[in-house]
Write a protein that binds this ligand. Structure first.
Ligand code: PLP
Length: 414
C-alpha cells in the first residue's frame, strides 16, 4: 500500500460533511483533543444555557422554576432526547443519578425478576465500577441471593446457565475499544432465561445503538463522555417497557413515587419507567445535558459512525507507518466493525509517552498497565488532527523526549 500523504488527509477533510460541527465546541487553538471518550468538551451553546439557568431560572424565578421552566420533568424530557440515540421508543429512558447508582438499581430489580437465579455474569475486563456495584449488592443480599461470576469476554455466552439471572456487559470495552455483538449476545442470554443488561458508557454518542431492535432488557449509560454534558453530568437508564411494572427497585425515593406531591407516608411506585428515579435531579447539570442533546438531535449518527471508523483506521495506519520500530502494538481490533470509537496501543513506556504527548497538546489518556488510549469523536476531530497527532508522537519517539524525568511521575488521574 502506498504511504498516506498529508495531501490525502487534507482531501479527506474537504469532503467531510461533519466538519462544520467543530465550531460549535470550545476547543483551544492548536489543541488536539483525543479524550472525548472520557470527558467531552464544552459545547459553546451550553455557556449561555447555563447562564440562563443560573441567572434567570435559579436567580430570579427561584422555586417557581420547577413548574415555570419545567425542571420537574427534566429526567423524563432528557430521557426522551437520549432515546433516539440508543434506539429506544418513548417511555423507556430517564436521565438520572450516576452510571454506578443506575447499575445498582437495575441489577437489584433484575435479580428480583429472575427468582431462583442468583448469578450476575460479567467479564473481568469490564469497567471496575460495574463489578464493584455487583460486589456491594452481593454483600448486601448475601451469597444465596447474589453472586458475581466473571469469565473472559469470549467465553461469556457459553458460561450462561440456569443460575444466571443477569448478563452484565459493557458494549464497548473501555480499554481495548472492542465492541460486542449486542443482538447476538442478548439473544443467547434470553434463550437461556437470563436478562441482558448493557452498559453504553462508550457507545451513546459514539455509534448507532438499537436497544429495542436487539430486544435488550436493561441498559445504563453515561452522558459526560461522547454526549458532552460536562464533568459529572447525569447518567441515564433504560428499562424495556415489558419489565417496567414488574418489580420495584430498592432506592425508593420520592421522585419514583406514583404521586410525589401527595407526600404520602407509604411508597407507591410509579407505573412507568419513572419508578427508577430516586431523588431531586441536579438541575444545572441537566440543563447542560439538554443543550448538548439538542445539538445531537441535528446529527446523523450513520455519518458519525462512518467518520469514526475512518478516523480510527487512519490513526492506526499512520502510527504503524510513521512510528514503526518504536514498539507500539495495536491493542484494539483492526476491523472497524468490531470497534467502538477509540484506539489503544500497548507500549511499555506508555505513561511517559502520553505525558509527553499532552505536553505537546495532544490529549489522550493512559490505562494501566501499559495502554495509551485515544478517543475519536467525529463532531470536533478532523483528519488533519489525526495526522498532526501522529506527527507529534513520531517526533517524541525519534527524539526520545518521553524519557525526561518530568514525564515519569504519576498523577492521581491518568
Ligand atoms: C465511565 C464509565 C462509568 C462511570 O460511572 P460513573 O458512575 O458515572 O462514575 C461506568 N461504566 C463504564 C463502563 C464506564 O466507562
Amino acid at each position: 500500500m502506498p504511504a498516506i500523504s498529508r495531501d490525502d488527509v487534507q482531501a479527506m477533510d474537504r469532503s467531510d460533511d461533519l466538519a462544520g460541527y467543530r465550531a460549535k465546541f470550545e476547543l483551544a487553538e492548536g489543541l488536539i483533543y483525543l479524550d472525548g471518550n472520557s470527558l467531552g468538551p464544552l459545547p459553546i451553546a451550553t455557556i449561555a444555557r447555563l447562564r440562563q439557568g443560573v441567572e434567570v431560572e435559579w436567580g430570579q424565578d427561584l422555586i417557581t422554576s420547577w413548574n415555570k421552566h419545567g425542571w420537574m420533568h427534566l429526567p423524563q424530557r432528557l430521557g426522551e432526547k437520549i432515546a433516539p440515540l440508543i434506539g429506544a421508543a418513548p417511555g423507556q429512558v430517564v436521565a438520572c443519578d450516576s452510571t454506578s447508582v443506575n447499575l445498582f438499581k437495575l441489577l437489584a430489580a433484575g435479580l428480583k425478576m429472575r427468582p431462583g437465579r442468583r448469578v450476575i455474569l460479567s467479564d473481568p475486563g469490564n469497567f471496575p465500577t460495574d463489578l464493584y456495584m455487583v460486589q456491594g449488592l452481593a454483600e448486601m443480599l448475601g451469597p444465596d441471593k447474589c453472586e458475581l461470576r466473571l469469565v473472559n469476554e469470549d467465553e461469556i455466552v457459553d458460561a450462561i446457565d440456569e443460575d444466571t439471572a443477569i448478563v452484565m456487559l459493557t458494549h464497548v470495552n473501555f480499554r481495548s475499544g472492542r465492541k460486542h455483538d449486542m443482538k447476538a449476545v442478548t439473544k443467547v442470554a434470553q434463550e437461556k432465561g437470563a436478562l441482558m443488561l448493557w452498559d453504553l458508557a462508550h457507545s451513546a454518542g459514539a455509534l448507532p445503538v438499537e436497544l429495542d431492535d436487539c430486544n435488550v432488557d436493561l441498559a445504563v449509560g453515561c452522558s459526560y463522555k461522547y454526549l458532552n454534558s460536562g464533568p459529572g453530568g447525569p447518567a441515564f437508564l433504560y428499562v424495556a417497557k415489558r419489565h417496567q411494572d414488574q418489580v420495584v427497585q430498592p432506592l425508593s425515593g420520592w421522585h419514583g413515587h406514583a404521586s410525589p406531591f401527595e407526600f404520602d407516608t407509604k411508597y407507591e411506585p410509579s407505573g412507568t419507567v419513572d419508578r427508577y428515579l430516586c431523588g431531586t435531579p441536579s438541575v444545572l447539570a441537566m440543563l447542560a445535558l439538554e443543550e448538548s442533546l439538542d445539538l445531537w438531535a441535528t446529527v446523523d449518527m450513520a455519518k458519525v459512525r462512518e467518520k469514526s471508523i475512518k478516523l480510527c483506521d487512519l490513526f492506526i495506519s499512520l502510527v504503524e507507518e510513521r512510528c514503526a520500530g518504536h514498539g507500539f502494538e495495536l491493542a484494539s481490533p483492526r476491523n472497524g466493525d468490531e470497534r467502538g470509537s477509540q484506539v489503544s496501543f500497548a507500549h511499555d513506556e506508555g505513561y511517559a509517552i502520553m505525558q509527553s504527548l499532552i505536553a505537546d497538546k495532544v490529549i489522550g489518556d493512559f490505562r494501566a498497565p501499559n495502554l495509551i488510549r485515544f478517543g475519536f469523536t467525529p463532531l470536533y476531530t478532523s483528519y488533519m488532527d489525526v495526522w498532526d497527532a501522529v506527527e507529534r508522537l513520531r517526533v517524541i519517539m525519534e527524539e526520545g523526549r518521553h524519557k525526561a524525568a518530568e514525564f515519569q511521575v504519576r498523577a492521581a488521574v491518568t
